[in-house]
Design a protein around this ligand. Structure first.
Ligand code: NIG
Ligand code: ZN
Length: 400
């Protein structure tokens, strides 16, 4: 089954050349892109869809969310808006609500959030455990997540639960809890921050997870300067996320991981910025402009979670990155598509290996595409907050 999407006013491919085509068409064949070029030269297909001059771009790749939870934290949010500072301890409130929820209810909540993200143009989605924080509940979160999203990250090291000694809990995370989640996850993460896990505890978890074959990511430098970036670089993590408080040394260390990367080979450590979270926690935005100028690959992600960022709107993140963080629209869209794919190491793949690239549009890549009710991607920032997503294809299937 093939679909020709034609009359695309502006097509942002985010492929290797980051090309922007005018008057373009794309053919989707099964789950893959089979042709891209000028609409006038497009081949025939089983079905045709007239984009009516709308803008087209890859579906969003949201590389950082925490969607497996019950309850909400409205009260904490209200207190924060009244001047209280965000602290890691709020996680415990969600842990209690999540443990109390039955499997059916938790899956229903998770699937509703996945559907919200898809309606907003997200076609590739990561989510984390981290609101279970004991062996059985972390394993349950991982299992449910594996049935609902594209990539699952183990975040047993989110907070030391009430009643636990920090080092004893770290041993649990690096031992029996890791064994229990392993069948369901591809990634491991650790919240390396004051009030969460120290550098040594984080290192212990990262070492164990790497030895178990998991890819690594780190929550770091969110609430103040810290060791997160240095640890992520030391371990060759795929991303370090938040990155609000960076030293010159942190920026240089991240830039060093990208020396010589030209779209192929092993990527360095992506700096993942989470602007919706920064607004909700009133943290300074990360220095995304400085990171890009230094040669660091940047991703934008929603960080959808009940504590610090209760939104999965990638369009909102793109608009904020442009309006508040000094990125161009093209850079922000790239960070929310190709950048996320790099952070999940899904930026390459082809017909030969059958594991298709996401986050960019090229022949052989996964057919993940969105059309905006707008003539150009610029409208994402020019008309912030507007429901611009018109149509979405995920792996060649129309999902909106
Ligand atoms: N920073 C750590 N974890 C989440 C927040 C979790 C919560 O407060 O519930 C985050 O990425 O912002
Ligand atoms: Zn997070």
């Amino acid at each position: 089954m093939s679909v020709l999407i034609t009359n695309i006013g502006e097509l942002t491919t985010q492929d290797t050349d980051a090309a922007v085509l005018r008057g373009a068409a794309v053919v989707l064949e099964g789950e893959r892109v089979s042709w891209i070029g000028p609409a006038a030269a497009a081949p025939a297909a089983d079905e045709a869809y007239d984009a009516g001059g709308r803008a087209g771009l890859p579906g969003w790749v949201d590389s950082h969310t925490h969607l497996v939870f019950a309850g909400d934290r409205t009260t904490e949010f209200e207190a924060r808006m009244a001047g209280q500072e965000y602290a890691a301890g709020g996680i415990a409130v969600t842990v209690r609500a999540t443990r109390a929820a039955g499997d059916y209810d938790l899956m229903r909540l998770l699937l509703a959030r996945v559907a919200e993200a898809a309606a907003g143009g997200t076609t590739y989605l990561e989510t984390k455990t981290g609101y279970g924080l004991d062996v059985a509940h972390e394993a349950r979160s991982a299992r449910l997540a594996a049935g609902a999203v594209d990539e699952v990250t183990y975040l047993g090291a989110h907070l030391v639960p009430e009643g636990w000694d920090a080092d004893a809990y770290t041993d649990l995370v690096a031992g029996p809890m890791l064994d229990a989640v392993l069948p369901h996850v591809r990634w491991a993460d650790v919240f390396c921050e004051t009030g969460a896990f120290t550098r040594d505890q984080s290192r212990h978890v990262l070492e164990a997870c790497a030895a178990a074959g998991l890819g690594l990511r780190v929550h770091g430098n969110q609430l103040g300067p810290g060791d997160g970036v240095a640890l992520a670089v030391e371990f060759g993590a795929a991303s370090v996320d938040h990155v609000n408080h960076l030293s010159e040394g942190d920026v240089e260390a991240l830039a060093g991981t990208w020396t010589g990367f030209a779209g192929d080979g092993t990527p360095g450590t992506v700096a993942t910025c989470l602007p919706a979270c920064d607004l909700s926690t009133r943290q300074p935005f990360p220095p995304a402009r400085r990171l890009l100028d230094a040669g660091v690959q940047v991703a934008l992600a929603s960080n959808c979670n009940p504590g610090t960022s209760y939104t999965s709107s990638m369009g909102f993140c793109v608009a904020t990155a442009v309006l508040q963080m000094g990125l161009t629209v093209h850079e922000a869209v790239r960070a929310a598509t190709y950048g996320g794919a790099l952070a999940l190491r899904r930026h390459t793949g082809d017909d030969a290996d059958g594991r298709r690239a996401v986050g960019s549009l090229a022949v052989g890549h996964r057919a993940d595409l969105q059309l905006l009710d707008a003539p150009s991607a610029t409208h994402l920032a020019y008309r912030p907050g507007m429901p611009l997503v018109h149509a979405v294809w995920k792996a060649g299937r129309r999902v909106r």
